[in-house]
Design a protein around this ligand. Structure first.
Ligand SMILES: [Zn+2]
Ligand SMILES: [Zn+2]
Length: 131
């Protein structure tokens, strides 16, 4: 019978307060990095919550979806929507730290107004008029 090794994992690096892992609980939710509202970890239409349903901001915590292994951890701003060929609408996030752009599925409970606001921002930036 082998004994489990202890103390070989190294020290945990300091994590910012908004880091979802810092809660140490599954599905407990975490405060949004941008608007500060508590984001429930479970979402309809996606297995992995990766952005705030209220303002759509995210954080650069994943290299692959859900792995939480990115060391960047900077806020990610929603910059555009992508109508993918599979018919699913995704939001593109751009990292304010390293500039990486990642597509993310919209969750079923994402705020429609936040999605509309993103669209309006794009239309306005192009000099168009919003209804
Ligand atoms: Zn938010
Ligand atoms: Zn980044």
């Amino acid at each position: 019978m082998s004994r489990p090794k202890r103390g070989t994992r190294g020290s945990r690096s300091e994590r910012p307060a908004w880091d979802p892992d810092s809660a140490g609980r599954a599905n407990a939710g975490f405060p949004c990095i941008h608007c500060g509202r508590v984001v429930p970890e479970l979402a309809f239409g996606t297995s992995q919550r990766n952005h705030c349903p209220f303002c759509l901001w995210s954080a650069h915590v994943d290299i692959h979806p859900g792995d939480r292994s990115s060391l960047c951890r900077a806020p990610m701003e929603p910059i555009a929507l992508w109508a993918a060929t599979d018919g699913e609408l995704r939001v593109l996030h751009r990292c304010t730290g390293c500039g990486a752009v990642k597509p993310n599925r919209l969750a079923g409970d994402d705020d429609d107004a936040a999605v509309d606001e993103l669209v309006e921002r794009l239309v306005r930036a192009r000099g168009g008029r919003v209804r």
